[in-house]
Write a protein that binds this ligand. Structure first.
Ligand SMILES: Nc1ncnc2c1ncn2[C@@H]1O[C@H](COP(=O)(O)OP(=O)(O)OP(=O)(O)O)[C@@H](O)[C@H]1O
Ligand SMILES: [Mg+2]
Length: 520
């Protein structure tokens, strides 16, 4: 990204410097013409004015609010144009304004009122000037950037140049600020049109794919997949798919699912939107959140199996349970509220019509229990890539050893390799183990020694557990056999004790007759 910007800067520098120098006196005339003569000339002698102007205002003229169309959008365009022009201005303009950037310690350079700067695109020269509209004479007030170009380039400007300006401006703006970690605000009325639904902090997580411990081939395939996604916008369009990709990260706790998300964000230079589903009231809230996310972002739902009951039907996600006291007002409200956030709402969020909403997006779900999820949620196409984060094996351990201890070979590695083949331990446990011991002993021998000790203990526990399980299984089998034998024995005894039918009848008759005789 920075390479592209540098190219842009250097090529613009080469092209614009002589053009700007040559155009400087013409520029002064044009500025004067724009400010004082354009209106009368255009009105009375339109054929003398072949130039077209477009104003991009700092604030939108129309303050009315439409559904989902935040008023911020228009000022976004202004900010992007300013960011684009700051690169051009810093080289070519003579009278500049400098304002502190919203974030960081830098300045945003812009033109002073009445100044003009030239830019070249596909061999065509465009002129930008800073204009302050007079509130008394026009509807709009405040600053705007005015683009002037020859009428014959109208299509080029509208179809290609302006989108190019916005794209480059976005890259400059996003590239200059730290990554952000957004989370949805709790207890908000998402229905209120002017409500900000996200809050954020700067995201400064140090994890990269280099520090992520996992099988190297698997890691490489994930990085390749991310590259393919990022570089293939046109391909996605050509095959008729929204430019988005879903990843499902599954595995036991402490195997690095959240760490993987941080590594992805740092690799792609994307912001993260972390959605806490349990705070949402309805599908509408989910859609509203999604609409307010920006391009180049990773939308994350962690522990999806715990966030909602998604194992069942698409209709409702919180069916009443025995625990729900239906006469209890609070639980009734909770149930009704839950039933409005549905699995189909979530599916729509992932790949319904709304999912195509502007620009590149990655969606990541994490879970500890893959089997608890509805197959519809995780089928390919929705969650395109399933990544299993597994227990720490030797290759993953090597990464941790390099990171934590700065060793890539050690006499204990063979023993550790053998143990890791039979012992299940999470990378989090390995990391904790070598970090704790490092603090105490401060040398690799002690750290790895303590890891070997931990692994052996786990192995002993595992063998002990296995013995107990085997013993339990044997006991269970013996008990079953004994009870079966007991039943068989009883049945035989019963059979032996019972006389056959004819004898029984004879006995019965004699007994009953003797009884009746006695009775009589
Ligand atoms: N694969 C890994 N590579 C490097 N560090 C790891 C890895 N897995 C875990 N860790 C370390 O363990 C800690 C916990 O890992 P993490 O939070 O990513 O696990 P998780 O799979 O998301 O767990 P949970 O399912 O409980 O959310 C991290 O802070 C990190 O230091
Ligand atoms: Mg996690």
């Amino acid at each position: 990204m920075m390479g592209m910007l540098d190219n842009f800067r250097s090529s613009a520098w080469i092209y614009l410097t002589p053009v700007a120098a040559a155009c400087a006196p013409i520029g002064v005339l044009r500025t004067y013409f724009n400010q004082h003569l354009r209106r009368p000339v255009r009105r009375f002698l339109p054929f003398l004015d072949p130039f077209v102007t477009i104003d991009i205002a700092a604030k939108p003229e129309d303050h009315s609010y439409s559904y989902y169309n935040s008023k911020a959008k228009s000022s976004d365009a202004y900010a992007e144009v300013l960011a684009y022009l700051s690169v051009v201005c810093s080289r070519d303009a003579r009278q500049l304004r400098a304002e502190g950037a919203d974030e960081g310690h830098g300045f945003v350079l812009s033109l002073r009122e009445g100044q003009e700067v030239a830019d070249e695109f596909r061999g065509v020269t465009m002129w930008w000037s800073a204009v302050v509209e007079d509130k008394a004479s026009h509807r709009s007030s405040g600053r705007c950037c005015r683009l002037t170009f020859h009428e014959k380039h109208r299509r080029l400007v509208v179809d290609e140049y302006l989108p190019h300006v916005r794209r480059t401006g976005q890259d400059v703006t996003v590239g200059n600020r730290p990554r952000r970690l957004y989370t949805n605000k709790n207890n908000r009325d998402y229905g209120s049109p002017r409500d900000e639904v996200w809050s954020y902090i700067n995201f400064d997580h140090p994890t990269t794919f280099d520090t992520l411990a996992m099988d190297p081939d698997e890691k490489q395939s994930i990085m390749d997949d991310l590259d393919d996604f990022r570089n293939n916008k046109d391909y996605y369009r050509r095959i008729g798919r929204a430019w988005k990709r879903g990843y499902l990260l599954h595995g036991p706790p402490g195997t690095g699912k959240s760490t993987m998300i941080a590594a992805m964000a740092n690799y792609l230079n994307y912001d993260i939107y972390d959605i806490e589903l349990t705070t949402l009231h309805s599908n509408y809230d989910l859609r509203k959140l999604f609409i307010e996310t920006k391009s180049k972002s990773i939308v994350v739902i962690e522990d999806i199996d715990c966030s909602l009951d998604l194992s069942g039907h698409r209709a409702t996600t919180m069916p009443p349970t025995q625990d729900d006291e239906l006469d209890d007002v609070a639980s009734e409200r909770k149930r009704r509220r839950g039933s409005m956030l549905t699995l189909s709402g979530l599916l729509n969020f992932i790949d319904g019509l709304w999912s195509a909403h502007s620009g590149e997006r990655i969606i990541v779900f994490t879970t500890n229990h893959l089997d608890k999820l509805d197959p519809a949620l995780i089928r390919r196409g929705r969650m395109d890539k399933h990544i299993e984060m597994s227990y720490c094996r030797f290759e993953a351990f090597r990464t941790l050893a390099e990171n934590y201890l700065e060793v890539d070979e050690h006499p204990l590695f063979d023993a550790i390799k053998e143990l890791l083949q039979v012992v299940d331990i999470t990378p989090a446990d390995v990391a904790e183990c070598i970090m704790m011991s490092k603090r105490a002993a401060r040398d690799a021998d002690a750290c790895l020694g303590s890891l070997v000790h931990e692994l052996k203990k786990k192995l002993e526990d595992k063998e002990e557990r296995k013995k107990v399980e085997e013993h339990d299984a044997k006991m269970a089998t013996d008990e079953k056999l004994a009870s079966e034998n007991g039943k068989k024995h009883n049945a035989e005894e019963d059979a032996a004790a019972k006389p056959n039918g004819r004898e029984a009848m004879a006995n019965g008759v004699s007994e009953s007759s003797s009884f009746s005789e006695e009775d009589c």
